[in-house]
Ligand binder design. Structure first.
Ligand SMILES: Nc1nc2c(c(=O)[nH]1)N[C@H]1C(S)=C(S)[C@@H](COP(=O)(O)OP(=O)(O)OC[C@H]3O[C@@H](n4cnc5c(=O)[nH]c(N)nc54)[C@H](O)[C@@H]3O)O[C@H]1N2
Ligand SMILES: Nc1nc2c(c(=O)[nH]1)N[C@H]1C(S)=C(S)[C@@H](COP(=O)(O)OP(=O)(O)OC[C@H]3O[C@@H](n4cnc5c(=O)[nH]c(N)nc54)[C@H](O)[C@@H]3O)O[C@H]1N2
Ligand SMILES: [Mo]
Length: 733
């Protein structure tokens, strides 16, 4: 209970763990004193330890409070305090200079996650840059591009992947394939899984790691080599075909192309029957396990196959989701019949960049997508959405910038420019809510790209590894210092301002407005933050009343159960995609196909770097965010998870400092020896802070010094495809 001089302000934590949870902020004399969460009516949207520790994030002594100008070398981290006028004048004049000298495409605006409100996001800077003639934008998602590609090809839209979502209640078997929501949350996933478990569903986890979720739900753990999941799915299909366990009626009614798939699976097409024994050699999963799981899945109707995003963040990962959809369809377990691929995910305002790119003829371009992209283009035709969502997509997502880059390829584009086949030579980088250097593949290459640019801006809350490379750093406030709306489907939140902005930090809206004024761009008119928020709310007919929402902070919504029709040319699940066949790219075959990844264990490179690296998401952080929050740091350390067999072979003891390295980079961190990770695989959780020592070697456990920025043919980040070696580190280092 609040004391008499305390106010309680209800808001929503819409951080980038892809959830939305209620925060009750106790405020006394303008200072947050404690944070509680939803104790109200069911379903409760209870915040995790990160949301509950938000006070230590907001008041962290390292929060950026003043605009800064670089005085040392890029990346050195030497800055000098300047005024907002100087900061914004400098940025405006650099934008003009670059625009006049090289054209608008020379400016890239890069954004990723952060506080994901409806108003205070990158869409604002998008408007300003669009007002001065455009810029180079970023397309694709870093999280689930493989799943997007697969959905577009097989289902015709992303949304079709969550048809009938809340109707799994009767499932008798749940396969969690690379899915660990105890850590990653992802909306109400654990609530659903808990219900299924209570109702007697058998839980199975297929993952190189014995996950927290598998432990909690007492799941059977099937360890699998990273990047080989499609082989296992295809072999399961083999068993189901051979034993005639498939649902012919479902296939006839809802799918096209099963015959072509069957011919690939049985080996009719290429002489290689995709038997469980074939898959055993690839995946490390025994043939008997594959066969019995296939039988169980096909006969435990309804069964739910949760095809996660992480197995698709591998080379050729889009094949994984396509194969999972196919298996669900073969067994009649597609969403319409109470099972569902695509589990509790968001509908983002984007679509598969690679899919669209190829459809637009941009196929061979290393940028993947360079053609103008406007409403009315394939991009929008391929992603049918309601008008209001479309408007949000325009305002808040990819605006009418002139060219797009695959977000995984930005460093490559900056380094190679026109000569490398990209549409422009890039000179200016404007970053909003992204820790690019830390979070995107191949950190050392990104550092090189950052050094090459003429001018770099970072809008940030902290002096991140990336912000150290900026020429001007703009201190941005946090969501408790401004008003905003959330966008989560099951919970609408009014993100109420609880305290004044710290120091001289400003909201994204204030910053964008300040910049717009200097550039003579009138995109915001005379409207205030409040006016814009009312407009955003008015766009959503399911927000009942703006003022009530603002006062109460939250509105809980029931999720629909409706069947979402397939947007494919055939109007069915396309096991065989004619669109893909027409593309003619052997790396994007028309039927789901197992293709061996680069940097697999049979790659000659494995002699030098014999271990497969995965980089999973971490419990106490959201990416690199919260890394320095003391309460959260107490929960667990950033370590390399390594199996006892691999540790013993290298003379590594528990807690020893180890070098993890390949040709792209190196990091030195403590080892955690555990049977929870399978032999041959090591896990270095993403978000570890890039922290180079005097020799340039990372000491923060940033996995991206090791990952490659080569995208999957479907466009995805391949953050789970990398070979490394691990050695005990020299003590003196
Ligand atoms: N606490 C926390 N929650 C988060 C986030 C966070 O940073 N912290 N990030 C949020 C965001 S933006 C996203 S996109 C999601 C990410 O959500 P996910 O992509 O689902 O999360 P990951 O932890 O990367 O992967 C899930 C599981 O896949 C396994 N895995 C990795 N590679 C493979 C593979 O090749 N095959 C198989 N079968 N399994 C594999 C990992 O071991 C892990 O257990 O999480 C969201 N939630
Ligand atoms: N190796 C590896 N790398 C990965 C992944 C992986 O699985 N493995 N996962 C990928 C995934 S799924 C994702 S989504 C990306 C995430 O990549 P990023 O979005 O770059 O990750 P964050 O560390 O959350 O960085 C967001 C930054 O925005 C700042 N910020 C937060 N809120 C605000 C705000 O309101 N305004 C401003 N101006 N700044 C703000 C934070 O301080 C933080 O530095 O990482 C990707 N990187
Ligand atoms: Mo993500």
């Amino acid at each position: 209970m609040p004391t008499r001089d305390e106010k309680v302000i209800t808001t929503v934590c819409q951080d980038h763990c892809i959830s939305a949870c209620v925060l009750k902020l106790y405020v006394k004399d303008g200072v947050i004193t404690r944070i509680e969460t939803d104790n109200g009516q069911e379903p409760q949207f209870r915040a995790c330890q990160k949301g509950r520790a938000y006070r230590q994030y907001v008041y962290h002594p390292d929060r950026l409070k003043y605009p800064l100008k670089r005085v040392g070398e890029r990346g050195e981290g030497k800055f000098e305090r300047i005024s907002w006028d100087e900061a914004l004048d400098t940025i405006a004049s650099q934008l003009k200079r670059v625009n006049e000298t090289y054209g608008p495409l020379a400016t890239i605006m890069l954004t990723s996650s952060g506080d994901m409100g409806r108003l205070h996001n990158q869409g604002l800077i998008d408007r300003v840059l669009t007002g001065v003639g455009g810029y180079t934008g970023i397309l694709g998602t870093v999280s689930d591009e493989g799943s997007w590609f697969a959905s577009m090809a097989s289902l015709g839209s992303y949304e079709a992947g969550f048809s009938g979502r809340p109707s799994f209640s009767k499932a008798r078997q749940v396969i969690m394939w690379g899915f660990n929501p105890v850590v990653t949350r992802r909306f109400m996933s654990m609530r659903h899984l808990g219900h299924l478990k209570d109702n007697g569903a058998k839980m199975v986890a297929i993952d190189p790691k014995y996950t927290e979720t598998a432990a909690l739900l007492e799941a059977e753990w099937i360890p699998i080599r990273p990047g080989t999941d499609t082989a296992m799915l295809v072999a399961m299909a083999y068993v189901i075909i051979e034993e005639k366990l498939y649902d012919q009626e479902f296939l006839d009614k809802y799918t096209v192309g099963f015959d072509e798939f069957e011919s690939y699976v049985t080996g009719k097409a290429d002489g290689v029957p995709k038997t469980p024994a074939w898959a055993e050699g690839i995946t490390g999963v025994s043939a008997a396990t594959i066969a019995s799981l296939a039988r169980e899945y096909a006969t435990s109707k309804p069964a739910v196959l949760v095809d996660g995003w992480a197995p698709a963040r591998t080379a050729f990962g889009e094949q994984f989701n396509r194969a999972a959809f196919t298996l669900a369809a073969m067994t009649g377990n597609y969403a319409v019949l109470d099972g569902s691929p695509g589990f509790g995910v968001t509908a983002a305002a984007t679509t598969s960049l690679r899919y669209v790119s190829a459809r637009m003829g941009g196929d061979d371009n290393p940028a993947h997508l360079n053609a103008p992209l406007r409403p009315g283009s394939v991009f929008f035709q391929r992603a049918p959405r309601s008008d209001s969502v479309l408007r949000h997509a325009l305002f808040y997502g990819g605006g009418p910038s002139i060219a797009y880059l695959n977000r995984v390829r930005v460093a490559d584009a900056i380094l190679k420019g026109r000569e490398g086949g990209y549409p422009a030579d890039y000179k200016l980088l404007y970053m909003v809510t992204i820790n690019w250097l830390n979070q995107y593949a191949n950190t050392n290459k990104i550092a090189q790209a950052l050094r090459k640019l003429e001018f770099v801006v970072a809008q940030e809350q902290f002096m991140t590894a990336t912000a150290k490379f900026a020429d001007i750093v703009l201190p941005t406030n946090t969501h408790v210092e401004r008003n905003d709306l959330t966008a989560a489907p099951a919970l609408y939140g009014y993100m109420n301002k609880a305290i004044e902005s710290l120091g001289e930090s400003k909201s994204q809206f204030q910053i964008a407005k300040g910049l717009a004024e200097r550039l003579g761009v009138t995109c915001f008119g005379d409207k205030s933050e409040e006016d814009w928020l009312r407009e955003v709310a008015a766009d959503r007919d399911d927000i009942k009343d703006y003022d009530t929402l603002k006062k109460e902070g939250i509105q809980k919504n029931k999720l629909g159960k409706e069947f979402i029709p397939f947007g494919t040319p055939s109007g069915k699940i396309e096991i065989y995609s004619k669109d893909l066949a027409e593309m003619g790219d052997p790396n994007l075959p028309p039927i789901p196909t197992y293709i061996e990844t680069w940097e697999s264990i049979s790659d000659p490179l494995a002699e030098k770097y014999p271990l497969q690296l995965i980089t999973s998401h971490f419990f106490r952080r959201v990416h690199s965010k919260f890394e320095d929050v003391p309460w959260l740091r107490e929960l667990e350390a950033q370590t390399l998870l390594i199996n006892p067999i691999d540790a013993r072979a290298r003379g590594i003891g528990e807690g020893d400092l180890v070098r993890v390295f390949n040709d792209r980079g190196e990091t030195i961190i403590p080892a955690q020896i555990t049977e929870r990770i399978m032999p041959g695989v090591v896990d270095l959780p993403e978000g570890g802070k890039y922290d180079p020592d005097e020799n340039g070697i990372d000491r923060g456990g940033c996995p991206n010094v090791l990952t490659s920025d080569k995208p999957s043919p479907g466009g995805a980040l391949c953050s789970n495809t990398a070979l490394v070696q691990v050695e005990k580190a020299d003590r003196r280092r």
